[in-house]
Ligand binder design. Sequence first.
Ligand code: ATP
Length: 344
Amino acid sequence: MRVLGVEGTAWCASAAVHDTETDETFIESDAYEPESGGIHPREAAEHMGEAIPRVVETAVSHADGDIDAVAFSKGPGLGPCLRVAGTAARALAGTLDVPLVGVNHMVAHLEIGRHEAEFDSPVCLNASGANAHLLGFHDGRYRVLGETMDTGVGNAIDKFTRHLGWSHPGGPKVEAAAKDGEYVDLPYVVKGMDFSFSGLMSAAKQAVDDVSTSEASGGPSEHRSDDGTPVEDVCFSLQEQIFAMLTEVSERALSLTGSDELVLGGGVGQNARLREMLEKMCEQRGAAFYAPEARFLRDNAGMIAVLGAEMARAGDTVPIADSAIDPNFRPDEVPVSWRENESV
Ligand code: ATP
């Protein structure tokens, strides 16, 4: 079976073709890059309108045969973007006369790791831009064991870098700046398996407010100052705190569920320091750890096509009339039809 995936929840217009016979996935993506500030929903939706036809054409031209189903990100995400990508997917399914599959974007972030690692009963850490969840599979659904009580993890980092005047996305720039940093104390907020970033972000912004940002133009080197906490130190400490919080809750979830498998998903998972901390924690408790390659961690249509294929195989398709997008679609709302015989 060959499934065309369409992704357009926020910044990434992407199309992919997954071939279940060869297990190969071709992905073509086109990122929206705001000129300044963060993601502007209307501009991002305009980007979807321009880029989706292009990425779909490229992906389909690489398919080795006919497309058997079209899968799309039904949510969660930015409404204006989801509507454009959803309309494209419906039009494609109708034109090709194939079934349509509505995929939960967060479940796709973690299922791609399960697909690759073939773990039986993992705890899944979704460290993405707009979300941060710890999930475990139980009784036919992914259950939210813990989550952020305010912003998503990537968005929190991006808000901090926006404060500095750095261009979007901020995560890779913080990772680069952190290499030259030393630890300064910042808040650390974990409550059971939930966690919070807002106090930490305010403290990080305050720490750099003594640092001159008036000439900021998009790079860490612009922000050195003798007057305040060096921005490299704040970046280093921000990463240490955020990733230690995510590692602590992941360990607690492994301990409480009895699972010995951890899967990472989401764009922040591209950060080497986060992966190092999670890997070390898993090693210490004898658990297996899997992080997909970068192209499957950040938003991409490959994960939509891979999960779409599983859902189509299970008959979990949707009539076009019932395929409305859902900007607030939570992972625990999804009956996991494709793993029906599993109950962890
Ligand atoms: P969601 O999947 O929840 O809808 P999203 O669409 O913003 O969120 P992702 O592609 O999962 O998307 O993640 C993007 C986020 O990843 C951005 O916030 C970005 O700053 C962050 N990010 C990217 N690379 C890194 C990195 N090396 N270190 C830390 N964060 C990173």
